[in-house]
Unconditional design. Structure first.
Length: 283
């Protein structure tokens, strides 16, 4: 399966469908945003996905759900032996997610949990084969929209049960706070302003502030919280240099950063880094 690249055979965005991605050279997509969620199944080569400060590498036999509306940098690397990159992309449009939420309300609004990478085991393979068949003809000649929704719902249930896909009801809209978090996390180093973010959301700065206030947040507090959370990961979990952390999270003042860090985490940034690296061992 996925011997030929079919990503150009596009269909309506609200119809579930599968595409084969085949490449013979490195591909890089910067600041990529999908209009709807999709399941990515790696068959050959590797895929690197970066969302904010988080970078994950996926290998053959692994799968993951790419969320709609999330900005990410994606790099597809060919297998060094075969010279090919191959993957399947299963589009899971909003109408399909809405129907899944109606049928299985127990999964509505549940935050993703479990491993970042999903194993391509027999349960997932069976759901995929039932959805679109066993050969390239099924990929190149999709089935009718009604039959597609019926078959793909089994896949939605499998992903929801594993915590990889969040089901959202028909009338639920993403909060402005969640949307802003997704925007900020991709470029925490950027000198964000209310006016620039408002343009991204096609509204005025006053409207943006008002919508954030309605959800109990402000632009400044949300930006600071996202930057500090990322800084904590870089220092305490990855042992990054303080200077590199400042650059990655957009802090212009080292003293202001240190003050915020002590207030939130009860220690100096350098202490967190040294604890992560561990004590030096003398010979």
């Amino acid at each position: 399966m996925a011997r030929l690249d079919t990503r150009s055979f596009g269909r309506e965005d609200d119809i579930p469908a599968v595409s084969a991605f085949v490449a013979r050279h490195r591909e890089h997509f910067q600041a990529m945003t999908l209009p709807s969620a999709g399941l990515v199944v790696l068959l050959e080569g590797t895929k690197e996905v970066r969302v904010g400060i988080e970078q994950t590498t996926y290998r053959p036999g692994e799968a993951f759900v790419a969320s709609g509306g999330v900005t990410m940098d994606v790099t597809n690397l060919t297998d060094p032996t075969s010279g090919h990159y191959r993957a399947l992309f299963v589009r899971l449009p909003r109408p399909l997610i809405v129907e899944g939420a109606r049928r299985w309300p127990q999964f509505v609004g549940r935050s993703p949990f479990g491993p970042r990478s999903l194993p391509v085991d027999s349960v997932l393979v069976d759901a995929l084969l039932h959805a679109f068949g066993r050969d390239d003809q099924a990929v190149r000649n999709p089935i009718s929209p009604h039959l597609a929704q019926h078959r793909f719902l089994e896949l939605v249930l499998v992903l929801a049960e594993r915590g990889a896909l969040v089901l959202v009801p028909k009338y639920a809209e993403q909060s402005i706070v969640d949307a802003l978090r997704q925007l900020l996390r991709h470029r925490l180093h950027h000198p964000w302003t209310v006016a620039e973010v408002a343009r991204q959301f096609d509204c005025s700065a006053a409207t943006l502030r008002r919508r954030l206030l309605a959800e109990g947040e402000s632009f400044a507090s949300l930006l600071l919280a996202e930057r500090m959370a990322a800084a904590r990961i870089l220092l305490a979990e990855r042992g990054a240099e303080v200077a590199d952390t400042l650059a990655a999270t957009g802090f212009a003042s080292r003293s202001h950063f240190a003050s915020h860090y002590r207030r939130l985490y009860g220690e100096a940034p350098s202490s967190a880094r040294h604890r992560r690296r561990g004590p030096s061992v003398s010979s």
